[in-house]
Design a protein around this ligand. Structure first.
Ligand SMILES: [Zn+2]
Length: 467
């Protein structure tokens, strides 16, 4: 068996969630009819000039900060020669020579630990039009052309598809927590190009193959596994692995050659003459960042969650925040079943969970009632089921299901029970204290269960002067 070196690097493209496009004021809206949100700038008409979208630059800086990157004091854009119809200018405005962020890292959760993987650079650029292939023809939707796009590049540090997937999931989660993109992979808001080279151990030959536009984790994993196998076989058969760009065929489960890989000199980069260099604003560098997934992960572990439980909870920034707030009042052991099982069984898409039908304070009230014994467990489960399926606030259901009698009402009923059970009271006074449970039972039954048995017991004891 020959030994191989596998090196995988990735380029991730992320559509930023801004209101308008990167260099014009066209609306960002991919749900409109094709070619509605376009103007002379984003369709590359002669004589037009670009104006940078400040929000997009701010987002790029914020992402760079969250990815622990170095950020230069000044930035400028570059022009990249581009020869496909999805960018009608004939070039793409991107960053080259200088990036918004350098030498960053992404924390990746592995078991109970957090390990860091490097990010080479974070660039801000413009998106291309969407190509739609029908019956051998290509249709172009320029609504997408010019949307702000982040390009996040890693060095070839991954040797195994699984660890790369964990890295990508962490990165994607971080971007979602930052609120800069929804990172919907099916919609192409977070897509991945992988580059992979397989060599015999010790060989230095670089036969880098790029697989473009992967938009699901399964496609990334399967295409890499396929490509590793293909390149290993080629090497063992003394065939040449061509440096090229390949496409993943989701149906045939194979990669196929798309075009020879361009070399950097093909792009003929030069500083964008229509856009002067600009300063990175202080406020972008000092603005407080939202709490990030690794913070929530560590806190949840501290509070007693295991890493699997913590990973489920942090899949939704909303749920992570909600849970940590609840954990200020209750232990993880007490709430984990309610959150992870009872609530989440009614949530189909945890990642896009943004709210529950009840507030955090309502949920605390619910837990307090459970703890006091006012809500039996099975009623609690029923309350959560109705709340989650019918979107009813939990506190309305508590009132409805558990109408708790007031202290004075309980007091009255206890008096009654004591009067009606003189012989039992005698026994208790004579020392048979256990008989008190009979009186509690009588009281609870008269109240139809709508009282806290612990409190009933205390009231009886007080009235009988025991304890
Ligand atoms: Zn436009």
């Amino acid at each position: 068996m020959s030994e191989f070196d596998v090196k995988i690097g990735v380029e991730i493209h992320v559509q930023l969630k801004t209101k308008s496009k990167m260099f014009c004021s066209c609306k960002v809206d991919l749900k409109s009819e094709p070619n509605r949100n376009i103007c002379p700038i984003c369709t590359g008409q002669p004589g037009t000039l670009p104006t940078p979208n400040e929000k997009a630059v701010e987002y790029a800086v914020i992402v760079s900060r969250a990815l622990n990157s170095k950020i230069p004091d000044f930035l400028y854009f570059s022009r990249k020669n581009y020869f496909y119809p999805d960018l009608p200018k004939g070039y793409q405005i991107t960053q080259y020579g200088i990036s918004t962020g350098y030498n960053g890292s992404v924390p990746v959760i592995k078991d109970k630990e957090v390990i860091y993987f490097p990010i080479e650079r974070v660039n801000l650029e413009e998106e291309t039009a969407k190509s739609i292939y029908v019956d051998g023809k290509v249709f172009l939707d320029y609504n997408r052309c010019g949307i702000p796009l982040l390009e996040i590049v890693t060095p070839p540090v991954f040797d195994f598809p699984d660890i790369l997937i964990s890295f990508l999931k962490s990165l994607r989660r971080t971007l979602i927590y930052l609120g800069v993109s929804d990172c919907n992979m099916e919609e192409g808001e977070f897509r991945v190009d992988t580059n992979i080279s397989v060599n015999l151990k010790g060989a230095t030959l670089d036969s880098r193959v790029e697989i473009k536009n992967l938009n699901s984790f399964s496609a990334i994993k399967e295409s890499l596994e396929y490509e590793i196998r293909r390149q290993k076989e080629a090497i063992l058969n003394n065939a040449v692995v061509t440096r090229e760009t390949r496409l993943w065929d989701e149906v045939k489960k194979e990669t196929r050659a798309m075009r020879k890989k361009e070399f950097v000199e093909d792009y003929r980069y030069f500083p964008e003459p229509d856009l002067p260099p600009f300063e990175v604003k202080k406020e972008w560098l000092t603005k407080e960042l939202p709490l990030l997934p690794d913070y929530y992960f560590r806190e949840l572990i501290k509070k007693g969650a295991d890493s699997k439980e913590a990973e489920i909870i942090i899949s939704s920034p909303f749920l992570a925040d909600f849970t940590l707030k609840v954990l200020e009042k209750f232990s993880f052991q007490k709430v984990k079943g309610w959150i992870l099982t009872e609530i989440l069984q009614y949530v189909d898409d945890l990642e896009s969970l943004r709210e529950l039908p009840f507030s955090f304070t309502d949920f605390i009230l619910f837990l307090e009632n459970l703890e006091k014994g006012l809500i039996p467990r099975h009623i609690g489960q029923e309350i959560i089921r109705i709340s989650m399926t019918e979107k009813v606030n939990i506190s309305d259901l508590i009132k409805d299901k558990v109408e708790i009698k007031s202290a004075s009402e309980v007091d009255k009923v206890v008096e009654e029970v004591i009067r009606e059970n003189a012989s039992v009271v005698e026994k208790i006074r004579a020392g048979k204290v256990s008989a008190i449970s009979f009186l509690i039972g009588q009281t609870m039954s008269k109240l139809k269960g709508k009282a806290n048995p612990k409190e009933v017991k205390e009231i009886i004891e007080k009235k009988l002067n025991i304890k």
